[in-house]
Design a protein around this ligand. Sequence first.
Ligand code: FAD
Length: 468
Amino acid sequence: MPETVFDRKPANSEATHASWTNAREGSFWLVGVDVQIGDHAGPTGGSVDLVVVGAGFTGLWTAIRAKERTPDRSVLVINMDSGVGMRASGQNGGFLEASLTHGRLNGETRFPHEIDRLDDLGRQNLDGIEATVSRYGWDCDFERPGTLLVATEPHQLEWCEGDEVLDQDQVRRVLNSPTFVGGAIERTDSALVHPGKMVAEMLRTARELGVEFMVGRVTRVVNSGDTVTVLMESGDGIVAGRVALATNVFPSVLRRFRWHVVPVYDHVLMTEPLTPEQWESIGWDGREGVSDMGNQFHYYRRTMDGRILWGGYDAAYTPGADPDRTRFANNPAVFQLLAEHFFVTFPQLEGLKFTHRWSGAIDTCSRFSVFFGSARRGRVAYAAGYTGLGVAATRFAADTMLDMLDGADTERTRLRMVRSLPIPFPPEPFRYPLISIVKWSMRRADRNEGRRNLLLRTLDALGLGFDS
Ligand SMILES: Cc1cc2nc3c(=O)[nH]c(=O)nc-3n(C[C@H](O)[C@H](O)[C@H](O)COP(=O)(O)OP(=O)(O)OC[C@H]3O[C@@H](n4cnc5c(N)ncnc54)[C@H](O)[C@@H]3O)c2cc1C
């Protein structure tokens, strides 16, 4: 099979290995931020108007938007971790994309009749996040420097679309890598954030709005007359008017949705701060969020304190339903591969060290975008399936769940995207081999000028797929 640039090895293999082996394990974003929920035995009143299960971005947005929409509604967030945002919401790249559908192309394929509307709603959603950050004065490094897409293989040049299309010299003037052969800049439809600071600020604001928080694992939600009861692993039960399930990649409290999401592990490295000379050697004054264009792709960005986050490429599916029990988390082979790709991309940074390394589970569904469910006579709503693009879409999902729980007929609840479900994945023992062969096919397409084999073309035609 022909090579891609990422099949090459960096000049100094010892330095590459040494660059990441002493890196601290755990998300850089969660160091030094206060996300702790603290002790709280349960709701202060007898029953609660709205229980939110899960305190990542989806749960936090749902709680905040619920209070903003109806201030006198009592809201309790129950989270199984001791802090908010300790899973994907505190582990991600911090890229906010306006697209609700994992890109225009994916949305056009799956929702051709409403893609323009979905794109508008996505832009409104991103603007809504920016307005919220500014209204509450969230200190979360929010910035809108645009996105740089880079082609590292000639066949990717025809995919370069955006506000500015760049040839090889132009793209290397924006960000200097010998691997870039072209690129494109998209100026308006994205933003960057410090995810750890953002979840900490969301916790602060939610509390100021009167939201209560509690640590515990929810196991079931059952009907009880005109209300529902949220059953906890501890044996306690909490009576609630409405329940929003924001549990992402974790096994759904509603069993019927357990086949719709598979956990896919994505790895990330964070460098030490670069010196002024190192920054000069690569440029990047525009601070754009960057992504390369293969089926297997890297995402990378600057931080406010002068580091580079470098993640993606080799996402691995975890057999079994529980993402907590995985042999694919923090895989040394993947960190080594990521470090090799980093120094192939930026050979001028040889000697730079990574200070943090981590991995997180992505809630992959077969259509690559959030889906919704409801149960218990409309008193329970569920949202999951962001497939690696949930930092911004979680706010849209929160509003949609609240519409559903309020019984409101809105533009959102009428969307086909909201009313339809992705095709579920097959059970094991078929799932793992199927996903492995799809991954192999995607790797092969990257080495074969992007040409997709029969399996990928069939899955494309069926509207099925696998991505990080
Ligand atoms: C490495 C990585 C990089 C990513 N990069 C990006 C990116 O750059 N841009 C982007 O848009 N998206 C990215 N994503 C995806 C994005 O982070 C997620 O889509 C988003 O954070 C999902 O938020 P959430 O609140 O739904 O889930 P989570 O943050 O996973 O929160 C779920 C919460 O539910 C709780 N919970 C689960 N089950 C229960 C239960 N039974 N009882 C009580 N609590 C429960 C958990 O404790 C957790 O706090 C990335 C993801 C990963 C892992």
